[in-house]
Structures are given as C-alpha cells and as structure tokens.
Design a protein around this ligand. Structure first.
Ligand code: TXA
Ligand code: MG
Length: 323
C-alpha cells in the first residue's frame, strides 16, 4: 500500500482519508495513534490487521468535543465527569459505558468504551478536521514499543496505512493513564503520567491499581494487559542499584544502558543517561528504537520505585523485560 506522508498544513487531507474509510497515523501528547473512523466498522477492522492485533483487544476512542463524547459513550457518572473536567484534554482514558450506536468491533464486544480527549495541538487539529470520533490504538506493530517520534511511526506503519501525519516528538512518551470503575470504585487499569495521587486529589478518595477482575469473571480487566508489550528487538534486563548493575553477566552482548543520573563509565556500551524520571519516561521507547538500530542485543534499564510516574515506567519496563 502507498502511504502518504502528510504535513500538518495539509491535515484536511489526512481527515479526508479517515472519512473515506482509510487508516491514518497521527501524533498525540502520549504516543502516535493508528486511527480510523470509530463509526466505520470496516475501517476499524483494518486497524487490527495493520497492527497484527488480537480482535479481543478493544480500541481507545479519541474525541475533541462533547458532541462526539455523547455519540460514543452513555452520559458520564459524576466521578467520570469530575475526572474528565480535571484532565481533558490530556493523557487520560476513561472506561465508561458505551453508546449502543458505537460499533461492537471498537470495544471488542465489551459494554464499555475507553474514551480520550487528547491535548496536543497536532492531535486536536486532526480530530477537529475529521469531525468524527477516531478509534486508535498505539501505532506500533502488536507487542513492540509504541512510536513516540515521527521516525518511529514511519518505521512501524509505512506501507500498512493510507496516511501518516507528520508531528513532533511526543511530550509524554508513555501511553495514557486508563481509569475504569469496578463496582463504582475508580481503579487504574494502566498507569501513566497522570498518577494515582493526581486522580485521588480530584475524586477525594484513594485510587488503586487493578489488574484482574474479582471472580466470578476472573479475567484481565483490560484485555490488552494479557498480551506481551513494549518489547524492543534486544533483550531487556532490569536493575535497581549500581551494585546490581555491576554484577550482571553481559558476556557476548552489545550492551545499551538506560540510567537516571550520572552515567557509569562503560566505554564499550551505548550509555543513555537521563536527567530525571520524567525524561526517562518521555524518551524510553525512542531510546529502545535507537539502541535496536545501532545493533544492541541487550538493554540494561534502571527500574524506578513503583510510585507516581515511576509506577507507569516500571509497568512498561517489566513488560519489556518479561519472557
Ligand atoms: O495514550 C494512549 O492511550 C494511546 C494514544 C494513541 O491515545 N493509545 C493506546 O492504545 O495506548 P492501545 O490500544 O495501545 O491501548 C489501549 C488499552 C488496551 O490495553 C486495551 O485493552 C484497553 O486500553 N482498553 C480499551 N478499551 C477498553 C475497555 N472497554 N475496557 C478495558 N480496557 C480497555
Ligand atoms: Mg498499545
């Protein structure tokens, strides 16, 4: 398939492809998304084949108006409304009861829909030009790290989609925080840059993480959480302390290293030292991409404490490192 690379001045051309039932990759503040009209089931089906995504893994629906919200979801509960008011537009996806008119394929048959109103100017211009809600997972091939630069998006999706909208590097670099409600209680289904404390401040109650629904369902809450994710081609191993790093057996590997703070002296390694965890999160996937490209076979990555933004980074690193 011929893929058009579309500059932001021609965002209307990207929207025209969506309206015709095509797939368009577009930038957001979190990661690049792979979009189709949420009300075109045939176009949405193409998302799953372009990504190699299992069909039981539902899509996030991107909106840019209250009218579009009402078209995809039932009226929000007071708690969901409070979160929307506090964090939209922004990197928060809310799992709420779906509007019956939204095609089943978008939600993989679930009665709920994940909705997000992104804030990056590139995403908003695109969504406004589309004039329809856009279903979009991250624009990676299933299992790989999400694209956070135009270069990565092009490398993942060239030849698989009708268009790629040119954009800047993503400001957050990690996928949105996903919040859902279980028995009326807010829960984090996927941690992101909006933290448990940020959510608790708005809701006035603590917000915990949720990985599994209680029995009798006993199934993963977010279908996507059961699949392997975020993996570069290189093997990923994690460490907490510099002592732990020093004791790792790296024999025979071309090594890449991701740390926060001063870089340890390893002349033969590709060392990437970040100023803080915020920068680590923002550049994590693009650094994986760069280290793969230079031929690293082993990536050693420092694991943060699992709190605040650290829990989002640790979540992605643990999946990237899992076998
Ligand atoms: O930042 C983001 O969220 C990016 C950008 C493009 O918006 N999108 C993204 O989409 O990360 P994706 O498809 O890679 O991850 C969506 C996750 C999946 O784990 C999926 O299972 C979960 O959201 N999800 C979607 N709808 C759901 C629902 N109704 N109930 C539970 N989980 C849902
Ligand atoms: Mg994804």
């Amino acid at each position: 398939m011929k893929t058009q690379l579309i500059s932001p001045e021609h965002v209307k051309d990207a929207a025209a492809l969506i309206k015709k039932g095509g797939l368009v990759v577009f930038p957001t503040e979190t990661v690049y998304g792979l979009g189709a009209s949420a009300f075109n089931p045939t176009a949405c089906a193409k998302i799953f084949s372009a990504k190699g995504r299992p069909s039981d893994n539902p899509l996030i629906v991107h909106i840019s108006s209250e009218t579009q919200l009402a078209a995809v979801a039932a009226p929000l509960s007071p708690q969901a409304r409070a979160l929307a008011q506090a964090f939209w537009p922004g990197p928060l996806s809310l799992i709420v009861p779906k509007n019956p008119n939204l095609p089943e394929i978008v939600t993989a048959g679930l009665p709920t829909v994940a909705v997000r109103w992104p804030r990056s100017p590139g995403a908003l211009a695109f969504l406004q030009a589309c004039g329809v809600a856009v279903a979009a997972p991250s624009a990676n091939v299933s299992g790989a790290p999400s694209p956070t630069t135009f270069e990565m998006a092009k490398s993942a999706m060239l030849g698989r989609v009708e268009g790629i909208l040119v954009g800047d590097d993503c400001e957050e670099g990690l996928e949105s925080t996903i919040v859902g409600f279980v028995d009326g209680q807010p829960k984090i289904f996927r941690p992101g840059s909006i933290t448990a404390d940020d959510l608790a401040r708005v809701l006035g109650c603590p917000v915990g993480n949720l990985t599994y629904l209680p029995p009798p369902e006993g199934r993963p809450v977010s279908p996507g959480t059961k699949y392997s994710h975020y993996k570069p081609a290189a093997e990923v191993r994690l460490f907490r302390s510099r002592d732990e790093l020093a004791s790792m057996d790296v024999e025979g590997h071309r090594v890449g290293l991701l740390v926060v703070g001063p870089a340890p002296g390893h002349p033969d390694w590709d060392v990437v030292a970040f100023g803080d965890w915020k920068e680590f999160g923002r550049r994590l996937y693009s650094t994986f991409f760069d280290l793969d490209r230079v031929g690293c076979t082993l990536i050693l990555a420092q694991l943060p404490e699992s709190e605040g933004l650290g829990s989002a980074i640790a979540n992605r690193l643990n999946k990237a490192a899992s076998s």
